[in-house]
Ligand binder design. Structure first.
Ligand code: C5P
Length: 219
């Protein structure tokens, strides 16, 4: 059983995916973390993010490992933990530039498909239902209004003691959605056979419950 969870930034995908994985005893794979890790390395190395060839070469020489931890997925870059670092505002605002390149996506998709081989997984991202696992048993496309997504992220930041500006967050989320949806290679789009869930007015628990019903139907 493979669950593909796609949708725009901050739609609650990772929270839902984590809970699904826990309830079903599945492995959770956050593919956004892989693009973030490459972005983090590229920024640190001063690589021009418009240079597809250099970024692709950098990725081919990079080991990205995802590991389940008590507080969610842990991420390792060439053996060093970068779980926190890849969530910085700088990485968040640059990652779509890196993710638009065909060479980068080809290698990422290859690695993601290897991770899926054993099944029993929940994978979230932007192109999981369309490119990474086009034959996934369950495909969900999660959406929510930009206002609501910015509001949720703002609340999260406040809880974590991170400085946060609601209007700016909404602008950044909309900008990232725009870049992700308009890129030439595997843009963010709902797979034809994915079920769309608008979570603007739903709580996480009911989204998780609905997806579990879908899984049971397919099981
Ligand atoms: O999921 P998250 O918001 O962490 O993803 C960060 C970025 O990585 C996205 O905005 C998108 O540019 C890119 N991404 C992608 N394809 C995926 C997952 C993420 O292009 N499957």
């Amino acid at each position: 059983m493979r669950i593909a969870l796609d949708g725009p930034a901050a739609a609650g995908k990772s929270t839902v995916a984590k809970q699904l994985a826990e309830r079903l005893g599945f492995v959770y794979i956050d593919t956004g973390a892989m693009y973030r890790t490459l972005t983090y390395k590229a920024i640190n190395k001063g690589v021009n993010l418009e240079n597809e060839q250099e970024l692709t070469r950098l990725l081919l020489n990079t080991i990205i490992e995802l590991e389940a931890g008590d507080l969610g997925q842990r991420v390792f870059l060439d053996g060093k933990e970068v779980t926190q670092e890849i969530r910085s505002i700088e990485v968040t605002n640059m990652v779509s530039k890196v993710a638009k390149h065909a060479g980068v996506r080809k290698e990422m998709v290859k690695r993601q498909q290897q991770l899926v081989e054993n099944g029993g997984i929940v994978m979230d991202g932007r192109d999981i239902g369309t490119h990474v696992i086009p034959d996934a048993e369950v495909k969900v496309f999660m959406v929510a209004s930009a206002e609501e997504r910015a509001r949720r992220r703002h609340e999260e930041h406040k809880k974590q003691g991170i400085e946060s500006n609601l209007q700016q967050l909404q602008r950044e989320i909309e900008e990232r959605d725009h870049l992700d949806s308009t890129r030439a290679v595997s843009p963010l789009i709902k797979a034809e056979d994915a079920i769309e869930m608008d979570t603007t007015l739903m709580n996480i628990q009911s989204v998780v419950n609905e997806i579990i019903l879908l899984v049971e139907k397919r099981g």
